[in-house]
Write a protein that binds this ligand. Structure first.
Ligand SMILES: NC(=O)c1ccc[n+]([C@@H]2O[C@H](COP(=O)([O-])OP(=O)(O)OC[C@H]3O[C@@H](n4cnc5c(N)ncnc54)[C@H](O)[C@@H]3O)[C@@H](O)[C@H]2O)c1
Length: 360
């Protein structure tokens, strides 16, 4: 005890101050060095992913370049039902799947567009007339889902893969957005997908196998502006998918894949709901770095072939920001705010793609 006290007393006030400063400096520098090591390893990981423009959430799966994974040929021979097959990602899915030799069900609302896609599939792919079933229906009309599911089962006898792809976006600030917009986006992007999945699920449970693929988005966990209703509907889907994955734990043969692309070339922006009709259009000032549809779809097929539960697909910097959002949210917030600050001003001044909609 006395020894302990004597040790305490050998420090003068100045010495104590020096010791305190020394401790703080070493604590801060050690923390800084560890933070630096962490940041450098994250950057190296991102650099690796940059070359393969595909992100596997490392908390779910090891980061593996697509080169070393089983390829999309694994899907050959399956019965695949694609919704939203008349345009963009769904249309490209139809073309690439037809080349693989699957039995295809093509769904969207416009039958003539689906017939056009079917003709091109027959021209490009290895399929015969009997291998492609055109099944038009409105995903937002939930009462049609049971009948549609029965029609597919009657045509092909089974459903191996359901690709829930149909969806819509809107371009408007929250203050200007009608409640009808939010409702429509939830009805289509979220409830439509949930309802169709629920119709197909009992069939897959009975067969103890199947793949439910949901084309979600990076915005299902990274926030964006000017499309709050879309962002919210995709966030809702993310919650649904994760709950479904847990509930299917006892059915390991049924895989639920949450596919999260960043911006991709498609007609989604052209078909966006917007109330803005008076603003001028400047196509040049806002240019998203969009991934080629073909590349996105190829990576989606690799993800399906490998039964991945979650996959992030995007050009940089979107993929990098998604990782930052997950692991360094303060920095991600700063970047996202800076990015959107300028865009919101541009949007308000009319420099944005404006497209007409039924809400005008
Ligand atoms: N393009 C992107 O940048 C991007 C990024 C992330 C996620 N996504 C998602 O990809 C999916 C496909 O979008 P896309 O980019 O190919 O857009 P798109 O507009 O080119 O295609 C959308 C498809 O959905 C169909 N659809 C729309 N409303 C429907 C309804 N009520 N009933 C049935 N079908 C309906 C359309 O007819 C079309 O076939 C969407 O779920 C979208 O949220 C797109």
């Amino acid at each position: 005890m006395a020894k302990g006290l004597s040790i305490l007393f050998i420090f003068s006030k100045n010495q104590l101050l020096v010791l305190l400063i020394f401790s703080i400096v070493s604590f801060v520098s050690i923390s800084l060095i560890s933070a630096l090591i962490l940041i450098i390893s994250c950057l190296l990981l991102h650099l690796l992913l940059f070359f393969f423009d595909i992100g596997y959430n490392p908390s779910l799966i090891f980061c593996l370049p697509t080169l070393f994974l089983p390829q999309e040929q694994e899907l050959t021979g399956l019965v695949v039902w694609v919704t939203g097959a008349s345009s963009g990602i769904g249309e490209e899915l139809a073309y690439q799947l037809s080349k693989l030799g699957v039995s295809l069900v093509l769904s969207a609302r416009r039958v003539h567009e689906l017939e056009r896609v079917k003709r091109k599939c027959l021209g490009n792919g290895n399929l015969k007339e009997k291998d492609i079933f055109v099944l038009p229906f409105d995903l937002a009309n939930r009462s049609s889902h049971e009948v549609a599911t029965k029609a597919v089962l009657q045509e092909f006898g089974r459903i191996d893969v359901l690709v829930n792809n149909a969806g819509k976006i809107h371009s408007s600030l929250i203050v200007d957005t009608k409640m009808d917009f939010f409702k429509e986006l939830i009805e289509l992007n979220y409830l439509g997908t949930v309802s169709l999945t629920k119709c197909v699920l009992p069939h897959m449970i009975e067969r103890k196998q199947g793949k439910i693929v949901i084309v979600n988005s990076l915005v299902s966990f990274v926030p964006i502006a000017i499309s709050s209703g879309y962002c919210a509907s995709k966030h809702a889907l993310r919650g649904f998918i994760h709950s479904l994955q847990i509930e299917l734990t006892k059915h390991p043969g049924i895989i639920v894949s949450n596919i999260c692309p960043g911006p991709v070339h498609s007609n989604i922006r052209k078909n966006a709901l917007t109330e803005e009709v008076t603003k001028t259009v400047d196509h040049n000032k806002i240019q998203d770095r969009q991934m080629a549809t073909r590349r996105c779809v190829r990576l989606m097929l690799v993800a399906m072939a490998n039964n991945l539960k979650e996959v992030w697909i995007g050009e940089q910097p979107y993929l990098l920001v998604s990782y930052l959002w997950q692991y360094m949210p303060t920095l991600a917030w700063w970047i996202i705010r800076k990015f959107w600050e300028k865009r919101i001003d541009l949007f308000k001044s009319g420099v944005v793609r404006i497209f007409l909609s039924k809400y005008q």
